[in-house]
Design a protein around this ligand. Structure first.
Ligand SMILES: [Zn+2]
Length: 258
């Protein structure tokens, strides 16, 4: 039997396994995504109560065996107790969208930068007003996509190589992951997954690509710019990642519009 190892983890999902045990999927700092069993987690005096819950960020002790599908979680202690991610429905929706992304698109492979991005995003979301949550989610997604090797280019027109002026609307091609100016777009008749990007949306895309985590002091952006960048990033992510889209994101948006 291997010895226990300690790692930090985000709890992505938890389900009942037997009368007394839980199975959880964790995104760990050391090994990436991992399924674990917590034996006795439903016993009345279990030390897992309140610690092994969806969205908790915890220090975990795991007996990690190579090539095992299910690892043994021997203890779990929440590092940020009562992270208020479930204070509002939009907040829990966007936080679950982060967890669902990690669940669907990471694997068993440690990625320090992705772990840091995910924990910073959740900690920040817990403090943001509901009006900034969606903006923070797209920042997370741009950062996470870059860690997976998909980094769109927003600096210059892909055809003429000119940098767009500050007042210039451009077109983003979600398949190529590049922008083109409108003049070049007219000269390029081939099919594109084209999205109109206003100067404000472009500036926000660049800002989030440079720094995915929102600074509370950043200037507000108008709803139309947020809609444009959301469509562009979503289409880029869907095209390059494939698979099913993030269900929790639709839930979060519905809760926000109530
Ligand atoms: Zn151009």
């Amino acid at each position: 039997m291997p010895g226990p190892e300690v790692t930090e983890a985000i709890c992505l999902s938890v389900q009942k396994f037997s009368e007394t045990s839980k199975i959880a999927v964790l995104y760990t700092r050391a090994w990436g995504r991992l399924s674990v069993i917590a034996k006795g987690a439903f016993r009345p005096k279990s030390q897992f109560w309140g610690h092994l819950e969806p969205l908790s960020i915890a220090e975990c002790v795991i007996y990690k065996k190579p090539r095992e599908q299910l690892q043994l979680l021997s203890s779990c202690r929440a590092l940020v107790p009562w992270l208020p991610l479930t204070n509002s429905l939009p907040c829990s929706g966007y936080a679950f969208a982060v967890a669902e992304f990690l669940y669907r698109h990471t694997r068993e492979e440690g990625d320090e930068a992705m772990f840091h991005l995910a924990t910073s995003t959740l900690t920040t979301m817990a403090q943001l007003p509901d009006t900034l949550l969606e903006r923070q989610f797209w920042g997370f997604l741009l950062g996470a996509l870059a860690h997976l090797g998909f980094r769109p280019q927003f600096d210059q027109c892909d055809t003429c190589r000119r940098k767009p002026r500050d007042d210039q609307t451009v077109i983003f091609d979600a398949a190529a992951g590049r922008i083109v100016c409108r003049t070049c777009r007219q000269e390029r008749p081939e099919a594109m997954r084209a999205h109109v990007i206003s100067p404000m949306a472009l500036s926000e895309l660049r800002a989030r690509q440079a720094a995915p985590i929102l600074d509370p002091g950043e200037p507000a952006i108008d709803p139309e710019a947020l809609t444009q960048l959301a469509r562009a990033i979503e289409d880029f992510a869907r095209y390059h990642l494939g698979g099913a889209w993030i269900k929790s994101l639709d839930f979060a948006r519905r809760m926000e519009s109530l």
